[in-house]
Design a protein around this ligand. Structure first.
Ligand SMILES: C[S@@+](CC[C@H](N)C(=O)[O-])C[C@H]1O[C@@H](n2cnc3c(N)ncnc32)[C@H](O)[C@@H]1O
Length: 240
């Protein structure tokens, strides 16, 4: 797959082309550019809705309605806040889970290592100033960053890439693009990420997995909250 960027986009390590016609001529599979001042990813000549990060409306807007947030399985899995309520989403992706957790009252630091996703997240944050006090972005590899910040957060949340897991066409497109951009980690890489998360969390680590997927790394969760297609594995931490 080939990604190109239009000229008004910050450097994400992709070839820059003048416009969409040039993207087609370059046989690009995906284009990163601005549509109505929103950083977006799309397929040249594709009919899908372009992909962007929107913390305040669309499907997320419904899930974020204040009275519904506390019923979300993810919000129940991370538990009630104590301390200063800092939660690290170490696999931020498109920031959907982060937004939900911020809406539930957590101070969420989003860690993301993929430059295109970093750019999409930064653009989404710039368009949602009302969430700025609850959501921030750290551009980093989480394994390294968490290893360097022991016991820095109450909760660390992980949602690593997993081969396609849902059927709807819209989700399929997003997952395919995400999988292509981010690639899959090795088992050793995933195990190292979980170990780093366990060293950085004071209370618990929560891992999202497809319902029937094996556990992440070699640790067994103490409990899981299961839904129809995914489960949230809970690893309690015991601060020294
Ligand atoms: C399945 S997506 C997460 C989706 C996210 N939960 C959401 O709600 O949009 C996984 C993301 O984690 C990122 N990621 C995986 N391992 C990482 C690491 N070690 N450091 C930083 N980001 C990582 C990938 O680049 C990808 O964007």
């Amino acid at each position: 797959m080939k990604l190109v960027a239009l000229p008004d986009v910050a450097d994400v390590g992709a070839e820059t082309v003048a416009d969409e016609a040039a993207a087609r001529a370059a046989h690009a599979d995906l284009v990163l550019g601005r549509i109505e001042n929103r950083l977006s990813l799309w397929r040249p000549e594709g009919h899908e809705t372009p992909l962007s990060v929107d913390f305040t409306s669309g499907a997320l807007g419904y899930r974020l309605a204040a009275d519904r947030v506390r019923h979300e399985r993810l919000v129940r899995a991370v538990g009630k806040q104590s301390d200063n309520g800092i939660l690290i989403d170490a696999t931020a992706g498109l920031g959907r889970d982060s937004a939900l957790l911020a809406q539930a009252g957590w101070q969420v630091s989003m860690l993301e290592r993929q430059p295109v996703l970093q750019a999409l997240l930064a653009d989404g944050l710039a368009r949602a100033p009302e969430l700025a006090s609850h959501l921030s972005l750290i551009r980093a590899d989480s394994t390294e960053w968490l290893q360097q910040h022991p016991r820095c957060a109450e909760v660390v949340y992980l949602d690593p890439m997993f081969p396609e897991r849902e059927k709807s066409a819209a989700i399929k497109k997003e997952l395919l693009w995400l999988q292509w951009l981010c690639g899959m980690d090795t088992e050793a890489g995933e195990a190292a990420l979980l170990d780093a998360a366990l060293s950085a969390a004071r209370r618990r680590v929560v891992v999202k997995r497809p319902l029937r997927a094996p556990n992440l790394g070699s640790h067994k969760p103490a409990s899981s909250l299961t839904g129809k297609t995914v489960r949230f594995d809970i690893y309690p931490c015991h601060p020294n």
